[in-house]
Design a protein around this ligand. Sequence first.
Ligand code: ADP
Ligand code: MG
Length: 328
Amino acid sequence: MSSTTKILFTIKDLRKWFPTRTGLLDGIRGRREYVRAVDDISFEIKQGEVVCLVGESGSGKTTAARLLLRLEDPTGGEIIYKGKDIAKAKERKIRKLRRHMQMIFQNPYESLDPRMTIYDVISEPLQVTNVFPKSETHKRVAKALEDVGLIPVSEFSIRFPHELSGGQRQRVSIARALVLGPEFIIADEPASMLDANTRIEILNLLQDLQAAYNMGILFITHDLAQARYLGHRIIILYLGKIVEKGNIDQVIQNPHHPYSKALISNIPVPDPDAKRERIEIEGEIPTAINLPPGCRFAPRCPFQFEKCIEEEPELMMKDGRYSACWLD
Ligand SMILES: Nc1ncnc2c1ncn2[C@@H]1O[C@H](COP(=O)(O)OP(=O)(O)O)[C@@H](O)[C@H]1O
Ligand SMILES: [Mg+2]
């Protein structure tokens, strides 16, 4: 990837606040509560680049992904796709763009319709978008099946999802995403439900396909080992905010933010003698409602001091990466 590579997405101050149930009632009385699922995040994704979005469950990863594809309407901010802001674009326009951006979901058991054959599952996006001549359907489905290693194609085409293993089903999901020839894919924890060996197979497959088709990928995971395996750049989210972003090797070798340090110190090390200080973070991630004025991570941060509770740190550039911490 060169520095002149095209930028696919520029995300600026993207925000999604969900009103809480009680908040809706309170709204009548003039008080509204929101879950700040995604709270003013900014980043870029270039063509052919794998950007990893990492964070604990509840940090806003899936919401961010759904916003990019406009499966969810943003509360604020810009989603600039190839120079055009699509944050408020109408459904008709978005439908045309969908062909270029596809999503692979976490659970291959839920995401495939059990009554459809594999052929029907994979050809459905072609029928729905209708951008290629009908005469190409068979050829495209066959190529997608081949690309994900489900061969012989004739045999897999006529099977049903329940006849396949978890890994094979996830291959079907990938083929379904590929069949339209997208330039951008979001993979939302695509390997999390799979056993260790199958997980590696799926990650390898994604890596091969990414290189073969020069696709941009937003790879979502709570597992830094998977991120390191696949990614070029990393974005670490905590309660809807980016706490650190930068080149993945740089961030993993020398994280700046205490939350990144804690996540990274907990990656299993292959060599048990390798010295690495483990940083434990106490407690569970809270919900992003009624957030305190300071740093969102402060209540769990082993390094917090007065300023952290009073004032929220902005993302700041240092040593070629961004982090949001008063210690930096
Ligand atoms: N449709 C929704 N309505 C209300 N709250 C939601 C909705 N979707 C997600 N949330 C909340 O937003 C926060 C972030 O969720 P999510 O984006 O799924 O995080 P992640 O994918 O990192 O686990 C969570 O607190 C979640 O409960
Ligand atoms: Mg999620």
